[in-house]
Design a protein around this ligand. Structure first.
Ligand code: SF4
Length: 360
């Protein structure tokens, strides 16, 4: 049996990208391995430090989603990162041995900085009445070039030590539990590679104290957002996992499709179509749909309506399960119990780390 560690930032209710990209895999592996699943509340501050007023509500919403999706506290440890102070301590110690160039060259960091910069700038300009809603949508749909986020105000706000050092915190998260398996999507592999390097460097300096983590690639890791970019709440292109039927319809009907298929009878290219990507997850006729699309045998409006029908049942089943867990105090009790278990394991690792560094 291996040890698995993973976490999610508490940004509120989960979207289908979180489910198909990670949560579904977590539910499967909780029966196979010793699993630690963490509410990564400290990580949230690396990019959204100015928006913590609803943090507790977001933690509760996300854990309810986890439970409804099938995570079982009897089979895995569910806890909140900030309930285990050893995460902060190990992050500080690991940051002492991590060269800044490793963090600056992290491709995920560069990409996130660029994407968040675009979104924040667009929102800021819209708030001032400079950018219309149509213009913002055109930017997020890729039809218009965004204003380059060269404004110092925008850059300063994102280029924090916490954001740059995100992989060090992630390394501490993993190493504290001796995790040798980390479920990741393909795009997160560079982050994990940095963690492996940091652990090797630490062990090279102080002895073989920390376990070097390895990836478990999650199938279906990429679910496109409604605008065909990566799905993210920050980009405003997400479909919530427990979306109501009324909320789902306008989102699906506005989803990005093949721009070359202007009329129903035009042949389409399903490989670049968001609606088709969702059909592959929710419809048992995706293979047939692919052929129909290519042959121009169906129009996009009809195709979207059929997708809505396919999504109806799984979404309503999720909502029913979630309602059963939604009881006062249940989430905080679970996290308190999980935090105690996690602290015991983390403190054991920190004892070894402090001794190896001659701090004790
Ligand atoms: S017919 Fe369906 S799969 Fe083909 S482009 Fe339109 S929405 Fe996408």
């Amino acid at each position: 049996m291996k040890t698995v560690m993973s976490g999610m930032r508490p940004t509120g209710r989960l979207h289908i990208g979180n489910y198909w990209g990670a949560l579904r895999r977590w539910v499967e592996i909780q029966a196979e391995h010793r699993c630690f699943f963490m509410v990564a509340d400290l990580h949230m501050f690396t990019t959204a430090y100015e928006e913590s007023s609803r943090l507790q509500e977001h933690v509760r919403e996300m854990v309810l989603d986890w439970l409804a999706a099938g995570l079982d506290p009897e089979k895995c440890v569910l806890f909140k990162q900030s309930d285990v102070p050893q995460h902060a301590e190990l992050t500080l110690l690991l940051s002492m041995v991590t060269p800044i160039s490793w963090l600056e060259n992290n491709p995920t960091y560069k990409e996130q900085l660029q994407e968040l910069g675009k979104t924040k700038l667009a929102r800021a300009l819209e708030g001032e009445g400079i950018l219309t809603k149509e213009r913002r949508e055109a930017i997020s749909g890729g039809q218009l070039e965004p204003v380059e986020p060269s404004s110092e105000a925008v850059r300063k706000e994102l280029r924090t030590a916490g954001f740059l050092g995100y992989p060090v915190l992630q390394t501490a998260d993993i190493a504290l539990y001796g995790a040798n398996l980390v479920p990741v999507g393909q795009d997160q592999l560079p982050h994990l590679e940095i963690s492996r390097e940091i652990v090797r460097r630490f062990n090279g300096l102080y002895g073989a104290v920390l376990t070097e983590p390895g990836p478990v690639l999650t199938p279906q890791a990429k679910v496109p957002g409604l605008d065909n970019r990566k799905m993210s709440k920050s980009y405003g292109n997400a479909v919530d996992l427990f979306e109501t039927a009324a909320g789902l319809a306008p989102k699906v009907m506005s989803a990005y499709t093949d721009p070359l298929k202007a009329r129903a009878k035009d042949p389409g290219h399903p490989e670049g179509c968001v609606v088709f990507a969702y059909h592959k997850l929710y419809s048992d006729f995706a293979d047939r749909r692919e052929g129909e699309c290519r042959a121009g045998a169906i129009g996009c409006v009809a195709c979207k309506k059929e997708l809505l029908t396919s999504m109806e049942k799984p979404f309503s089943e999720f909502r029913e399960r979630r309602a059963r867990f939604d009881k006062p105090g249940l989430v905080s009790e679970l996290l308190t119990a999980g935090g105690a278990k996690a602290r015991a394991v983390a403190e054991e690792t920190m004892g070894k780390v402090r001794k190896a560094m001659n701090l004790r």
